[in-house]
Structures are given as structure tokens and as C-alpha cells.
Write a protein that binds this ligand. Structure first.
Ligand code: F6R
Length: 617
């Protein structure tokens, strides 16, 4: 949420910052700005709207500046205006600051700064911090061996309550950047004769693949040739340089119009990456390298608690069905934001598992931290290597789905489901799942990438269906058992990218209220997999049809098991193992939502009010 990028080196900073901002735009897109440091002071440009507006405004900016910081905003404090856009500048014009996060005691800081003669223009909490930095800079005399810019930032941060990922420039130190983090991600890109800093690596992946993930409470001082990391309390830190495992091409659109479409069609590869090397030699179970918990300890786990937000929370709900079914371990699923503030009694043998594509969602991160504080063992499923959740969990599983840039999560969701199915297999084999059942499941899971491709082959057909339904303003998504979370996901996908009101329900719950919504103007999307509840779902469809509700039915049932004229439109998915069905039924609802949004001319990759990676509570 909000993108930050900073550059110090020998190249012209402006173009590099703007390119970085374009890559970060999925993190926030209501306004953008940059500040560059030159010998004659700081130049700052800020514009409401997309980064394109800033690019236009920045034409003609000094090409001689080699240091700068930039920001793309998702508003938290203050309206969307040029003035509220970042970077913010101290009233003495000495400092420029980009900030992600929320400064909770900003009113007290603002008052303090005003009492010391600093003035304010914006409605943001960030302006309080940049003036506090300026105050400490003025107050602290030059100390031998100490960088006064760095000292001022550090001193100011000691007074901040809340969360931040910041980068700062100082007019007196034109070739230097100071960054710091507490609760909001920052990563340093270590280059050759240049260094960068950003809220995520996509900002600089084309320039360097050597990165240092900052931890909470750390401050970094960057010059073109060097970097130095310390704690806010000025203790030395031994930095670890990691190598990023993906290339810039993976974060580019290629021949696709939208990242969402690209990522939907990447699913066969993402799913292949999730299973690669993760089956036992005898092909009867799954194996994971990073769980950091031995099988004996796992046998003593008698309850799993899953925590996540949004789409990842839907993946947890699927996990609940699969793990209870195949491993017979009781599973609970909590919204991460609720778990954190709820004092839920948990058994000592509970294992807490969080799922997060970005690995940075603050609610999920805090749920993980709370579980650890209470002494529970934790696992995480994350896509972003080196993310905060990945670093703080006791053990984990990487998704290896490649960068997900579309704001609406797609490939990360199906890969999360696949990994929880493998978890169900692994935990099941440690308990009552037989060798033969294990082998059947491995065989079925290996087929997932190919079966997913078969569903994707129907994209044109789904596009035609989407066109037919694009003008409706209300939708219902209905499924039973493991298809219920897929119904929730279908409704969420449609809501977030096409702004159509949609609700997901367990199909049988209809009769307990929501059926009142059914009319010719409210289509229902049903999930009807072959299996024990097929007949019940067919009855639910008929209840809707009897009330003139249009029905789209996604099914894997053979034709002779379905009544003729069951639905207005039918999308067929291949029949597959129970553990695989949720993935295959997800693809049509992603495509349906995508094509409906395109039909309505919605900005698919930048839906209104949203941003990727939610790092504020
Ligand atoms: C919806 C969507 C969000 C995320 C949620 C959690 O399409 O993308 O609901 O799933 O914000 O994000 P992560 O998985 O990064 O923790």
C-alpha cells in the first residue's frame, strides 16, 4: 500500500524514479510525487492522479540531479490533493520525506513543531514527521564522526508512535538518502556505483538483483558507493545480501492488456512451480523443505488455526475442508484482523498457519506476531521471498507463483489452494490416510497444471457469457462444501474489479433469506461438481429458476446427471479429484469477473479505492 522508491548513483535520478514508480503503481494510485536533491536545494513535484500525470509534470526537470525519492499514494491521512501527495517538505525546506504507514501521535508532534516555529500546509501525518526531523537537525550540533542528517532522522523516529517505512532527502547532503522502517516494508537494492531503496523490489529489479530486506527498527544510510545499516538506537547491524529469484520480464505485461489476465493465464505455470520437487520419492505424500517442524511434533498437533485476509482468507476456508477431510485434524479459520484483537482460547497443541501472497499484509503479520507472543508454533504460506511474514514465521512454504501485480489476486489464490491440498496430504499421511490414498492424491495433484490449461481453453466461451451478463448490477454466487469459499471468491472478484454488487453463500442457505433477492435482474452463478451433493445443488438451482432467476452453472458432472435446460448458461470443467476441484472451479469465475469488468470499461488492474499489499490496519 503506497509505493516508495529512492535512488542515489551516477545516473539522472528523475527517470529512474519515474520508472520505479510505474512499477510500484499497483500499490497505490491516487497521487504521486518526487523530490530530487541538487546543490541548490530540493526540487519537488507532486500531482494528483496516476504516475502518468507526474511524468508529464516532470518533463524538463533537472537531469543533473543524481539523488531522489518518489512516492505513489493510497490516501490514509488527508484527501487526495497535490498538497497531500508525498514527498512532504519541512517548512525550512531542508528535508523531503516519503512515508508509508500511519503516525498515530502526529497531532502531538505537529503541535510541538508549531510551537517551535514550523508551519504546515497539508492534512497529512507525514508533514509532522518531516518537520520533527528538521527540528532535530537544527537542534543537534555537528558531532564528530556523526552524520547530522542521519542523526536527525534517528532522533525524530524515537518520538514516533505508529508505523512507517520512510525515505528522506536533506538539501545539505545532496548525494545521500536515509531510510527507516517499522511495520511497513523497505528493501535496499545494492547496485554497482548506485544504490536504491523501495517498498518492494519490483521498483528496481531491472537494475539490481542484490537486495537487503530491512527489519523493523532499522535505519539505512545510502550513498552511491556505500550503505550502512544501524538500529534506531544506533547499534550496528550486520546486513545479509540476498539474491532475488525472478527477472524483470516476469513483472512485465508482455502481450496482455492487463496484469490480471496475464496472471490468470499464468496459472498452469504457477501451479507447476508450487508442486515442483514437493512429492516424496515413493509418490505417496508431499514434502516441504522449510516447515522447521519434525513429523513427530506434527503428530501432536491437534488443531490448526488459519489466519489471513481477503482472497487468502478464502484459501484458508478451502484448506479447512481439505485438511479436515483428508487429514482429520480440526481446523479453524479466522480473519487475521479479528484474531489479533480477540482473546480466543487456543489449545496448547494448536499450530497457527497464516497465508499471505505479499507476506506484508499488516493484519496477517500482526496475527502471526500475536500467535508467536502467545507461544504457538507458526507456519506461513507466502509468495514473496524475503517478505516480513516469510522472515518472521517459524516455518513456511513459498508459493513460487512469480510476481503478482494485478490488484485482484488470481494465480496466488489457486497456488495457495494447491499448497493447502498438499498440506492436507502430508498431514493425512502422518495420520490415517493410507499409502494407496496418498498415491491417488499425488497422482491427482500432478494433473492440476494440465487440467487448469483445459479450463483456460474455454476463455472465449466465458467471454461471450460475460458479455451477456455484464449489465446486471447484482449477482449471487452459490456453492456447497469446498465450493462455498469459491463462491465467496467469485463474489469478491466481481465486486472489486467491476463494482457490481455480489454475494457468496452456501447454496442451501438461500432459502433462509437471500432467495428474496432472486429476480430476472439478479443472476446466480452455481458451482455443481460431480459428487455427493450434486443432486442437492441441482435442487437449489431449480428453486432459483422457478423464481425466474437467470443461472450460470459451472459443473464437472456428466451430461446425463444434469437435467436438460438446467441453467441459462453452462461452463464445463474437467472432472477431477475432490482436492483439485476448488482450483478448477476458480478459473471460470476469475475469467467471468475479468471479462465483465472489461465489458464495463473498468480499470481492471487499478480498481477504485484499492491497492495491493495492505500495510495499514
Ligand atoms: C483480493 C485481494 C485481497 C488480498 C488481501 C490479502 O483480490 O487480492 O483480498 O487477498 O489483501 O493480501 P495478501 O495475500 O497479500 O496478504
Amino acid at each position: 500500500m503506497c509505493g516508495i522508491v529512492g535512488y542515489v548513483g551516477k545516473q539522472a535520478a528523475c527517470g529512474i524514479l519515474l520508472e520505479g514508480l510505474k512499477r510500484l503503481e499497483y500499490r497505490g494510485y491516487d497521487s504521486a510525487g518526487l523530490a530530487i536533491g541538487a546543490k541548490d536545494g530540493l526540487d519537488v513535484i507532486k500531482k494528483v492522479g496516476r504516475v502518468e500525470n507526474l511524468i508529464r509534470a516532470a518533463a524538463g526537470v533537472k537531469e543533473t540531479a543524481h539523488t531522489g525519492i518518489a512516492h505513489t499514494r493510497w490516501a490514509t491521512h488527508g484527501r487526495v490533493t497535490d498538497i497531500n501527495a508525498h514527498p512532504h517538505v519541512s517548512s525550512d525546506h531542508k528535508f523531503a520525506l516519503c512515508h508509508n504507514g500511519v503516525i498515530e501521535n502526529y497531532l502531538a508532534i505537529k503541535k510541538f513543531c508549531e510551537n517551535h516555529g514550523y508551519t504546515f500546509q497539508s492534512e497529512t501525518d507525514t508533514e509532522a514527521l518531516v518537520n520533527l526531523i528538521a527540528y532535530h537537525y537544527q537542534k543537534e550540533p555537528e558531532a564528530a564522526g556523526k552524520n547530522r542528517f542521519l542523526t536527525a532522522v534517528r532522533k525524530a523516529l524515537l518520538h514516533v508512535e505508529g508505523t512507517y517505512g520512510i525515505v528522506a532527502l536533506c538539501a545539505d547532503y545532496p548525494g545521500e538518502i536515509v531510510g527507516a522502517r517499522k511495520g511497513s516494508p523497505l528493501v535496499v537494492g545494492v547496485g554497482n556505483g548506485e544504490n536504491m531503496i523501495a517498498s518492494d523490489i519490483s521498483a528496481f529489479i531491472g537494475r539490481t538483483q542484490n537486495v537487503i530486506y530491512l527489519d523493523d527498527g532499522q535505519v539505512v544510510h545510502l550513498t552511491a558507493e556505500d550503505f550502512d545499516i544501524t538500529t534506531i538506537a544506533d547499534e550496528a547491524v550486520d546486513p545479509v545480501i540476498a539474491k532475488v529469484d525472478w527477472e524483470i520480464e516476469q513483472a512485465e505485461l508482455g502481450h496482455f492488456t492487463h496484469y490480471m489476465a496475464k496472471e490468470i493465464f499464468e496459472q498452469p505455470v504457477a501451479l507447476e512451480n508450487a508442486i515442483r520437487g514437493r512429492f516424496s520419492d515413493d509418490q505417496s505424500t508431499a514434502k516441504f523443505g522449510g516447515l522447521n517442524i519434525d513429523p513427530l511434533q506434527l503428530r501432536h498437533v491437534d488443531r490448526l488455526l488459519f489466519c489471513a485476509c481477503g482472497t487468502a482468507w478464502h484459501a484458508c476456508l478451502v484448506a479447512e475442508y481439505l485438511i479436515e477431510r483428508f487429514a482429520r485434524i480440526p481446523v479453524e479459520v479466522e480473519y487475521a484482523s479479528e484474531f489479533r484483537y480477540r482473546n480466543a482460547p487456543l489449545d496448547k497443541n494448536t499450530l497457527v498457519i497464516v497465508i499471505s501472497q505479499s507476506g506484508e499484509t499488516i493484519d496477517t503479520l500482526e496475527a502471526l506476531r500475536e500467535a508467536k507472543r502467545k507461544g504457538f508454533r507458526t507456519l506461513a504460506i507466502t509468495n514473496v521471498v524475503g517478505s516480513t511474514i516469510a522472515r518472521e514465521t517459524d516455518g513456511g512454504i513459498y508459493q513460487h507463483a512469480g510476481p503478482e501485480i494485478g490488484v485482484a489476486s488470481t494465480k496466488a489464490f489457486t497456488s495457495q489452494i494447491l499448497l493447502t491440498a498438499m498440506m492436507a496430504l502430508y498431514f493425512g499421511r502422518l495420520r490415517d490416510l493410507s499409502f494407496t490414498e496418498g498415491r491417488e492424491m499425488v497422482e491427482a495433484l500432478r494433473l492440476v497444471p494440465g487440467l487448469t490449461s483445459q479450463v483456460l481453453d474455454q476463455a472465449d466461451k466465458i467471454k461471450v457469457i460475460a458479455k451477456k451478463y455484464a449489465q446486471f448490477e447484482d449477482f449471487l454466487f452459490l456453492g456447497r462444501q469446498a465450493m462455498f469459499p469459491i463462491a465467496l471468491e467469485g463474489a469478491l472478484k466481481l465486486k472489486e474489479i467491476s463494482y457490481i454488487h455480489a454475494e457468496g453463500y452456501p447454496a442451501a442457505e438461500m432459502k433462509h433469506g437471500p432467495i428474496a433477492l432472486v429476480s430476472p435482474e439478479c443472476p446466480s452463478v452455481f458451482f455443481a461438481p460431480r459428487g455427493e451433493v450434486l443432486k442437492k445443488v441441482i435442487s437449489n438451482i431449480q428453486e432459483i429458476r422457478a423464481r425466474k432467476g437467470p443461472v450460470i452453472c459451472i459443473t464437472s458432472a456428466p451430461r446425463d446427471e444434469l437435467p436438460e435446460d438446467l441453467a441459462n448458461d453452462i461452463i464445463r470443467v474437467p472432472d477431477a479429484h475432490e482436492a483439485v476441484q476448488p482450483i478448477l472451479f476458480t478459473i471460470p469465475i476469475q475469467l467471468l469477473a475479468y471479462y465483465i469488468a472489461c465489458e464495463r470499461n473498468c480499470d481492471v488492474d487499478k480498481p477504485r479505492n484499492l491497492a495491493k499489499s495492505v500495510t495499514v490496519e
